[in-house]
Design a binder for this molecule. Structure first.
Ligand code: HEM
Length: 456
């Protein structure tokens, strides 16, 4: 075992002479194992991997991963220290850029401090309740029409959801009727940029993921720049138009370049996260038909067309969604880079270290959750409220200044789609079926969740 960072406790500073007092800080315990093997073990079974590290090193430990000095943290207290970032010691940009920088250049999640605050104030205007109601009105008819046309029999629900959320994104985010070949081209460009972030070969080798990602980014940029003048000319209820006209309370507005960068990032941030969540919810409702029945009864008690206020009445879906997000957070971990020497939970974190906050680990912390591996939505009910034990005990949407800006949009879309599915269909999986997950990037089912889908 080695440690990450050299601690000079005598002088209360580090070898670079920085000010941060390191007296009494402990070095982070770290494994000597080859970082690539570590990453592979983590991807294969992140739960077993986290348990093993926790047992061996405790909830803060280091590894050398693909040339990165990485410190993995577990537990809501460490998460709170890092994400609330009181000393402004941790930055998003340099950490996230490593993974997605070239494809999501200057997306809001990659901005920091004053610049981030400036952009977030303007972006917030695209997610107020009034604007959300406009998006909801736009998405209702497409969702109702598309869910009604779902195939029956053995159906891969993940694929159906993915296609549907892409179509919703084109309508609600772009607000444009595109010829099929152009919509397909955009979808492909978008898929390529998302996949590029987890490429093993991080160079533009022709035909490779990285190369396709860069090409995809170019297609998206060209599309948005070509349409921005028209969007600035009139106001429509789609995100593209809203960003063109958004103005913060201080009167700040986005430049064309900002609009393009934010559109590309938000499309990415909104898509897989919502698809993964509804897939997990559908899986658990297939495994636990009593929850499916309970959620269906509430949907049948409402009209087919939901109003924004109806969303709050679907409380069975709420509980199922919370529990699904707990067991499988679509963003399983968040990286930050220490931009100065600092500490987490009494451990020394040298400048340049990437620390990772793991919601996947925190969501199974037995200090807060009874039988954490069991699907039990009632744990979120008012009597138990297990998620309230610590503000970072349940954190699928992150925390601190970068907390997900689209959390209400995401929940609105997910509930609207599942509301239609519950009203129109019943679905099941064999009793012994366990969803096989691929954790190599965002967690997706390897088999795309095949269910038996029957019209009611
Ligand atoms: C269930 C669905 C979703 C989940 C689990 C989720 C999760 C997250 C998480 C964990 C972060 C924080 C990342 C960090 O701090 O490093 C985040 C940020 C963000 N999310 Fe979401 N998200 C979801 C849906 C959406 C949707 C639908 C949108 C847009 C419509 C969206 C837009 C964003 C944006 C723009 C950020 C960056 C905010 C900032 O840096 O200020 N997300 N999301």
């Amino acid at each position: 075992m080695t440690s990450v960072g050299i601690v000079d406790t005598e002088h209360g500073g580090d070898e670079r002479g920085n000010e941060h007092s390191t007296a009494n800080l402990r070095p982070v315990p770290s494994s000597n194992r080859n970082g690539v093997l570590e990453m592979m073990a983590m991807r294969r079974d992140p739960f077993a991997y986290a348990d093993r590290r926790m047992a061996q090193y405790g909830n803060i430990s280091g590894l050398n991963a693909l040339g990165l000095k990485l410190v993995v943290t577990g537990g809501p207290r460490a998460a709170s220290e890092i994400l609330m970032n009181k000393d402004r010691a941790f930055a998003n940009g340099p950490a996230w850029s490593y993974f997605i920088g070239p494809f999501f250049n200057r997306g809001i999640m990659l901005l920091d401090f004053d610049e981030h605050r400036h952009h977030r104030h303007i972006l917030q205007q695209a997610f107020t309740p009034k604007v959300l109601k406009g998006y909801m009105a736009e998405m209702q008819p497409i969702i109702a029409e598309r869910v009604a046309a779902f195939p029956t029999g053995k159906v891969k629900l993940f694929s159906e959801f993915k296609e549907l959320t892409l179509d919703v994104a084109l309508e609600v985010f772009l607000g444009m009727e595109l010829p099929k070949h152009e919509a397909d081209k955009l979808n492909q460009a978008f898929i390529d940029t998302v996949r590029a972030g987890v490429a093993y070969v991080r160079k533009p080798m022709p035909g490779g993921r990285w190369w396709k990602g860069l090409r995809g980014r170019k297609v998206l940029e060209e599309f948005f720049y070509a349409n921005i003048a028209a969007k600035r000319a009139t106001q429509t209820p789609d995100l593209f138009s809203v960003l063109c006209h958004a103005e913060s309370d201080e009167g700040d507005r986005f430049t064309d370049e900002d609009v393009v960068n934010h559109m590309i990032f938000v499309l990415m941030a909104a898509h897989d996260t919502s698809t993964i969540t509804m897939t997990q919810m559908a899986y658990w409702m297939a495994k636990h038909p009593s929850w499916q029945d309970r959620a269906r009864a509430q949907s049948l008690a409402l009209d087919s067309e939901l109003t924004y206020d109806d969303l709050g009445k679907l409380d069975a879906l709420d509980l199922i969604m919370k529990e699904s997000l707990r067991l499988c957070p679509p963003v399983p971990a968040q990286p930050r880079m220490a931009i100065k020497d600092t500490s987490v939970q009494g451990f020394f974190i040298p400048k340049g270290t990437i620390v990772s906050v793991s919601q996947m680990t925190n969501h199974r912390d037995p200090e807060f959750y009874t039988n954490p591996d069991i699907f039990d939505p009632e744990r979120f009910g008012p009597d138990r409220a297990e998620d309230k034990g610590h503000r970072m005990a349940w954190m699928p949407f992150g925390g601190g200044v970068h907390k997900c800006i689209g959390l209400y949009f995401g929940q609105m879309e997910i509930k609207t789609i599942l509301h239609q599915l519950l009203r129109g269909y019943e679905w099941s999986v064999p009793a012994d079926y366990q969803i096989p997950m691929d954790y190599s990037s965002l967690p997706v089912p390897k088999d795309k969740l095949p269910v038996q889908l029957r019209r009611r």
